[in-house]
Design a protein around this ligand. Structure first.
Ligand code: NAD
Length: 376
């Protein structure tokens, strides 16, 4: 098959969908890979490295010529969609519910489309799980941002000038990003507490050497290992308990999300007011509304009492070399799984193909997207 890899053009997006290591694997399997000139520049993969891996490095519109698969990180612009040949399959973080109209355009163009964020979180699909590979990077980088912004050390240090106490870090939401944040904060020497509305993650938090914050009366395990939305009563209990825990922390990293919903507000203005001046909050849920009441996506806000609230946006793009490498491996695992007899096959009876396909041969097959379009 002919696989095209365009340059990502969204502001701040430094990742690339395939890296030379994976191009070489596709070429070895008999596929042709066309890479837009400069596509890997921001992630430090050179055109020469792609060419050495067997890719055709091409300019502009030539990229899409005869393309059967277009692999991307973020969704394409309308102009880019116009260039993709009918019958081709688009693969990327296509954010169908964030922009249902874009899905309609793929259908109008007679494309098929696979949203990486909809790949089922099953054991079989683990190697394709781009949400996890990228969330883990976000969790790591969030702690580095916090450490850089904090006017204190993270580790406890015993020096000739006396002892410095370790920073106290609270990680809220112990999913993929949160667990990586806990591990990273521990490695930097902070005293770490983890919290999640799913009590099942308590042991995972503790196994990383962190304490688990228990809030009685809140247990929100929902479908598929995700959290469900909390009731009004649970939210009240949680917020009240959080004021004390947040007030006692130098660093708070929030990662709490409920799929398909606005992020829950867990860090209230009251809790921020209870923190010491100079403390730092990094909100990984900034793009879906924020876990803190004062978060502004893409900005750092300083509260009246001197707490910095960092509204982190697309952190994986700030670690572009490894983020691209892991994403490319996820995409390769997916394509290899879906290719049958040399053709990409979006079999509705296959759990992974069914879960992630949003458009099949020009028809929108993702029910939530259809509902969102019907509602507009
Ligand atoms: P996510 O990004 O949807 O949410 C992050 C965390 O926020 C979750 O742990 C969630 O429980 C928590 N949260 C939501 N609302 C909250 C609230 N009000 N208060 C406190 N915490 C709240 O989740 P994710 O990181 O994508 O992963 C979710 C689950 O899926 C995890 O259990 C993870 O281990 C599991 N998972 C399984 C596989 C697999 O089996 N292949 C792969 C990836 C993830």
């Amino acid at each position: 098959m002919r696989i095209a890899v365009p340059t990502e053009r969204a502001p701040g997006e430094r990742r690339v969908a395939l890296v030379p290591e994976i191009v070489a694997k596709f070429v070895k399997d008999g596929h042709t890979v066309a890479v837009e000139r400069g596509a890997g520049n921001d992630a430090f993969y050179s055109d020469a490295a792609y060419a050495a891996a067997g890719a055709q490095v091409v300019d502009g519109d030539e990229l899409y010529h005869g393309a059967e698969i277009v692999t991307r990180v973020a969704k394409p612009s309308d102009a880019e969609v116009d260039l993709i040949p009918r019958g081709a399959t688009l693969i990327g973080f296509l954010s169908p519910l964030g922009d249902p109209r874009s899905v309609e355009r793929y259908a109008d163009h007679g494309l098929s489309a696979i949203a990486m964020e909809l790949i089922p979180r099953t054991t079989l699909a683990q190697a394709m799980d781009a949400l996890s590979s990228q969330a883990s990077i976000a969790g790591y980088k969030a702690v580095l941002l916090a450490a850089a912004a904090l006017p204190k050390y993270f580790p406890m240090l015993t020096t000739a000038a006396g002892t410095v106490k370790p920073a106290r870090a609270l990680i809220i939401g112990a999913g993929v990003a949160g667990l990586q944040a806990i591990g990273t904060a521990r490695r930097l020497g902070a005293q770490v507490t983890g919290y999640d509305a799913r009590a099942a993650v308590k042991e995972q938090v503790q196994s990383l050497g962190a304490k688990f914050l228990e809030i009685a009366g809140v247990e929100a395990t929902g479908q598929g290992g995700y959290a469900r939305e909390l009731t009004a009563e649970e939210i009240a209990i949680q917020r009240a308990a959080m004021v004390k825990a947040i007030g006692a922390s130098d660093v708070v990293v929030t990662t709490a999300a409920v799929p398909g919903r606005k992020a829950p507000v867990l860090v209230t203005a009251e809790a921020i007011a209870a923190m010491e001046a100079g403390s730092v909050i990094v909100d990984l849920a900034a793009e879906t509304g924020g876990n803190s009441e004062l978060t502004v996506a893409g900005k750092t806000v300083v509260s009246p009492n001197g707490v910095s609230i960092i509204g982190a946006v697309n952190l994986p793009a700030t670690v572009p070399t490894h983020a691209s490498q892991l994403y490319a491996r996820n995409v390769q695992a997916l394509i290899t799984y879906l290719v049958r007899d040399g053709k990409l096959t979006l079999d509705p009876d296959d759990e992974i193909a069914r879960g992630a396909t949003i458009v099949r041969d020009g028809e929108i097959v993702h029910e939530p997207t259809r509902a969102a379009l019907a509602a507009t």
